[in-house]
Write a protein that binds this ligand. Structure first.
Ligand code: FAD
Ligand code: SF4
Ligand code: SF4
Length: 397
């Protein structure tokens, strides 16, 4: 009989039981497996160690004196891209699903960790190890709720799989990188998306009900570069609500405490990151962090149109103006909000400057949140790059 490793002797927590990170838990799924054995070092909300893990993954931590690395993390290339033939029903043009399918079809990996939705509820996440292109396609589109993607890690080890692709957001990938060497894999590929303002399933319902004209028919939504939330409805119609008109007083507690304390917006530890916020409207934004990421992107390059990243405008004034609004939960009347949205859209930050706008706005808000609610954690929990970014602004006491 083979002897069990220390983690194999550990026991997963029962569903619904209190997690080691308490209210800061982002439900990444690690504690649903015997890898809970490593939770103290692995959990992004117990031990923040992005720089050490950057070094382990990319062989160096980000250069804080390089302005692009300060914001977007270690990278060797960035670009805007879109699929020549978008995947219907994907969040954007489906670059993430396409890379995953290509890796499976070419035998680079035996399985792909991704997240489908439950039969009853399109927004209820259901993490799976996909072994066919159909199963990957069934996971397309964002589930804009906390998702326990790592809950399938025990199945990975038990299946004997040696080559794996994991798709996930920053907090999941931090925990994954911390236990990577214990998974018994020959090769792990990590395809990340940026992530911000995530919510529990109940929080999502409240957000939809306070913000959309028809909450039950929303198929997906995105906080767009034109400073509006675009809700896509079942009938194909698009509803646009200006950020500045959000009922922030009612929505103050809607985002999960984990996401109000998160500083890994750009998924620093993925090999390749696919988002949208650093690209012109309609394009996706790609950050190639290391050679593994380049290998993944090269598989689909002939299916993409690409262009260099651009940057335009100046975010700083808009960020500074926005801080009290977030802080006090101010809501502007809808017509003023619409007008402001239009003005900012015409003269406001574009491309990488829009990405910096969003990073600055969220990091200042989150810094204040951690300071006020978990002051004892502030020093160790906020990474150095985030402290420098927040340090550019005047914050209320
Ligand atoms: P698709 O081909 O549609 O594939 C989407 C993939 O995402 C699927 O493989 C699925 O497994 C995975 N996925 C879906 N939901 C989750 C989840 N909850 N947790 C982990 N994995 C999931 N990009 C930005 O540039 N700025 C942002 O502010 C931003 N916020 C985001 C917030 C959330 C909660 C999420 C999940 C993503 C966010 N993104 C953001 C990424 C962006 O919305 C797209 O997911 C990305 O550009 C990929 O689009 P696609 O068409 O290539 O993906
Ligand atoms: Fe466990 Fe993940 Fe929650 Fe941390 S965030 S307590 S690792 S489930
Ligand atoms: Fe995780 Fe951060 Fe996304 Fe919240 S915002 S789900 S903590 S990566």
């Amino acid at each position: 009989m083979t002897s069990l490793t220390p983690h194999q002797k550990a026991k997963a927590l029962k569903p619904g039981s209190r997690r080691p990170a308490k209210e800061l838990c982002s439900e990444c799924g690690l504690c649903d497996t015997y890898y809970i054995h490593y939770v103290k070092e692995a959990c992004a909300f117990i031990t923040q160690q992005i720089d050490t893990l950057e070094e382990q993954t990319h062989r160096r931590s980000r250069d804080l004196d390089n302005p692009d690395e300060l914001y977007f993390g270690v990278h060797q290339d960035m670009m805007a891209a879109k699929k020549q033939q978008p995947i219907a029903g994907a969040q954007w043009t489906g670059i993430v699903s396409t890379i995953a399918i290509e890796m499976l079809n070419r035998g680079l990996v035996e399985g792909v960790v991704c997240v489908q939705n439950s039969k009853e509820d399109r927004f209820q996440p259901l993490p799976v190890i996909a072994r066919t292109p159909e199963e990957i396609l069934a996971a397309r589109v964002n589930k804009p709720t906390l998702s326990p993607n790592l809950s399938i890690l025990e199945q990975v080890e038990k299946s004997g799989m040696k080559r794996l692709l994991v798709i996930g957001v920053g907090c999941q990938i931090q925990a994954l990188r911390a236990v990577e060497k214990k998974l018994g894999l020959e090769k792990l590929y990590v395809l990340g998306t940026p992530c911000v303002d995530n919510v529990s399933r109940a929080g999502l319902q409240k957000f939809l009900e306070t913000t959309s004209r028809s909450p039950d028919t929303v198929v997906h939504y995105e906080f767009m570069q034109d400073f509006r939330i675009h809700f896509k409805h079942e009938d194909g119609s698009i509803e646009k609500v200006p950020f500045f008109g959000l009922k922030t007083n009612q929505l103050k507690d809607v985002f999960a405490p984990s996401c109000m304390s998160c500083f890994d917006y750009v998924n620093s530890l993925a090999d390749l990151v696919v988002g949208y916020m650093g690209a012109p409207f309609g394009w996706q934004w790609i950050v190639v962090r290391n050679d593994t990421g380049k290998e993944m992107l090269d598989l689909v390059k002939d299916q993409l149109d690409t262009q260099p990243v651009m940057s335009q405008g100046n975010r700083q004034e808009a960020v500074q103006q926005g801080i009290p609004a977030y802080d006090k939960g101010v809501t502007l009347p809808m017509w003023v909000a619409k007008l402001m949205g239009v003005v900012i859209d015409k003269i406001g930050p574009k491309g990488l400057e829009y990405a910096r706008f969003s990073i600055d706005s969220h990091f200042t808000r989150n810094y204040l949140y951690v300071k006020r609610n978990h002051g004892e954690k502030l020093e160790a929990h906020v990474p150095e790059f985030a402290k420098r970014i927040v340090g550019q602004y005047k914050l209320p006491e």
